[in-house]
Design a binder for this molecule. Sequence first.
Ligand SMILES: [Cu+2]
Length: 123
Amino acid sequence: MKNKILTLLLLVVTVAIVIYSCSKSSNQQSAGTGTGGPTGGASVSIQNFAFVPDTIRIKAGQTVTWTNKDSAPHTATSLNGVFGSNNLATNQTFQFTFNTAGTFSYHCTVHPMMATAYVIVTN
Ligand SMILES: [Cu+2]
């Protein structure tokens, strides 16, 4: 009888440890997916044929870095010619520094069906 209780106790502790370590590792994953670079810029991922996030706000003088997370090529191309990347392969990046305030809309020239995204620059 005492052995049964000890075995049960051991089982409960083991399950508790497994649940704790699982929740701990998922917390670490979500902590790593923040936006905003370390040097006062911002980062945009291009994934699943969308710019994520689709709207970012930065201060004049800050740099935006786009990273293509898809296997398909994409571009980040300003609608009014302010900036434009080449075709970005998987994990390739493109950077542009916005020195003037305004709202800059951009899209992907490879995929016209991809939604337009925005960089909002304030002073
Ligand atoms: Cu694209």
